[in-house]
Design a protein around this ligand. Structure first.
Ligand code: ZN
Length: 179
C-alpha cells in the first residue's frame, strides 16, 4: 500500500515504500466507496461476469459505478474500471476527470491504468492485488512511472480480504468437481 501523501517515495531516504500506506491515510469515505465497489463486483458475479466492481468519485460525490461486463457486452475492454470511467466522463461532460478518485475491488490492469491516466484520475484506491495482471504496483506500476506524463496516488488493500474472497468464491463455483 502506498501513502496518499505522495506517489510512493520516501523523501527522507529515497526508498520506495510500496504497500506501506499508513492506516490513517485510509478514510471512512474510502471504506464507504469500496463497499459500494464491492456491491458492483457482487452484481457482476451474479450476472456471470468476473466479480470486479468500480466507483468513480469526484469531490466526495459519486459520478458513476460499474461492474465487469466483458461477456455480456462482447467487449474485451468492458472492465469495471473502464466502464465506470466512461460513464463518469459522460456524466461530467468531459474526458478529463481531474481530481477524481477511482475505487476498484481489484488492482487495475494495464488497460484500465491507461484509461485512468488518460482521464487524469488523481487517486486509485483498490482492494486486493493482482500479481498476474496488476498494473498499479505489483506486476507493473503505471501509477508512478516517471516516463509517463501523469502520476496517480495509489492506496491498496482496502477491504482486500472481501475483494479477494469474492473472486475466489466465483472461480471455486466454476471449477468442475474433482472425479
Ligand atoms: Zn482492467
Amino acid at each position: 500500500m502506498r501513502s496518499a501523501a505522495g506517489p510512493g517515495d520516501d523523501a527522507s531516504t529515497g526508498t520506495r515504500r510500496l504497500f506501506a500506506t499508513a492506516p490513517e491515510a485510509v478514510t471512512d469515505a474510502d471504506r464507504h466507496w469500496m463497499a459500494e465497489a464491492l456491491r458492483e463486483g457482487q452484481r457482476a458475479g451474479e450476472r456471470g461476469e468476473i466479480p470486479i466492481g468500480a466507483v468513480v468519485v469526484l469531490d466526495g460525490v459519486e459520478l458513476a459505478r460499474a461492474g465487469n461486463a466483458t461477456i455480456a457486452e462482447r467487449d474485451p475492454s468492458g472492465h469495471a474500471e473502464v466502464r465506470a470511467l466512461r460513464a463518469a466522463a459522460a456524466k461530467a461532460d468531459t474526458h478529463r476527470l481531474v481530481g477524481s478518485v477511482l475505487y476498484a475491488t481489484v488492482e487495475p490492469c494495464v488497460m484500465c491504468m491507461g484509461v485512468a491516466i488518460q482521464a487524469r484520475v488523481a487517486r486509485i484506491v483498490y482492494g486486493c492485488t493482482d500479481p498476474k495482471g496488476g498494473a498499479a504496483g505489483t506486476l507493473y506500476d503505471l501509477a508512478d512511472d516517471p516516463r509517463l506524463n501523469h502520476r496517480i496516488v495509489v492506496t491498496a488493500g482496502i477491504e482486500a480480504d472481501a475483494c479477494a474472497e469474492l473472486l475466489q468464491r466465483f472461480f471455486r463455483a466454476r471449477r468442475p468437481p474433482r472425479p
